[in-house]
Write a protein that binds this ligand. Structure first.
Ligand code: B16
Ligand code: MG
Length: 220
């Protein structure tokens, strides 16, 4: 029974939401649209294109296709400037402990992220080599809550969906894992992520015993 452990990136491995926020806020302000931290929450796990669509919608703004493409690349350029300064100190608590424990137990590990910058971020925080496969925004055509990103990860790790365990911080990501019939583990607020099979505030709460139990369990 081959297991696969699939990790989301933003909000699970690193907190890049703050950088997305700064870049989207500058873009929104340049268009005369106000953009709050609460609205940024709604962009977690959402693709770049859909994020801009939402911001324009909130500001009641219509723009040309050309302008849309230009704004997308402007936002990404600013975001890339922020992530170019990232280092290992930005890894969320106990993520390396869990990854190293899984590796010591010969478990297979995938990244399942909506971000097209996932590979660059993993390189910056020196975690790239911990993953057997990386599925990101460059590999998928359908965004979470569609399960495509996790199903590709499962296929690449040769595990059936019921033998996959997904770590996610977004509601859309938990729904994607559940739709795929995978075990979903919410990282964050239990009120927000109540649809998950298990919920933890962060990885410091996850014990080796719990991981051992996951290695043995199959989704009913
Ligand atoms: P990019 P995840 C997501 O990452 C972010 O949560 C979301 O806010 C962002 O818009 C999306 O990646 C696309 O990112 O602009 O870098 O392609 O949580 O799926 O790891
Ligand atoms: Mg996320």
């Amino acid at each position: 029974m081959k297991k696969a452990f699939i990790f989301d990136l933003d909000g699970v491995i690193v907190d890049t939401a703050k950088y997305h926020f700064m870049a989207w806020q500058n873009l929104a302000n340049s268009l005369g649209i106000s953009f709050s931290k609460e609205q940024n929450e709604q962009l977690k796990g959402v693709s770049r294109v859909q994020s801009l669509e939402k911001i324009l919608d909130w500001g009641n703004k219509t723009i040309s296709e050309e302008e849309f493409t230009r704004l997308l690349s402007e936002k990404n350029e600013e975001y890339l400037k922020y992530i170019s300064k990232m280092d290992t100190t930005e890894i969320l608590p106990d993520v390396p402990r869990i990854l190293d424990y899984l590796i010591s137990k010969r478990q297979r590990i995938a990244l399942g992220s909506a971000s097209k910058n996932a590979r660059a971020i993993l390189e910056k925080v020196e975690l790239y080599t911990k993953f057997h496969t990386i599925v990101d925004g460059t590999n998928v055509s359908k965004a979470k809550p569609d399960p495509e990103v996790f199903l590709i990860g499962a296929k690449e790790l040769e595990a059936s969906p019921e033998n996959c365990i997904v770590f996610e911080d977004s509601v859309a990501g938990i729904q994607a894992a559940n739709t795929a019939n995978m075990i979903s583990i919410g990282i964050g607020d239990k009120e927000v992520l109540h649809e998950a099979d298990y919920i933890f505030k962060n990885f410091t709460e996850i014990t080796e015993e719990f991981i051992n139990q996951l290695v043995k369990t199959e989704k009913a």
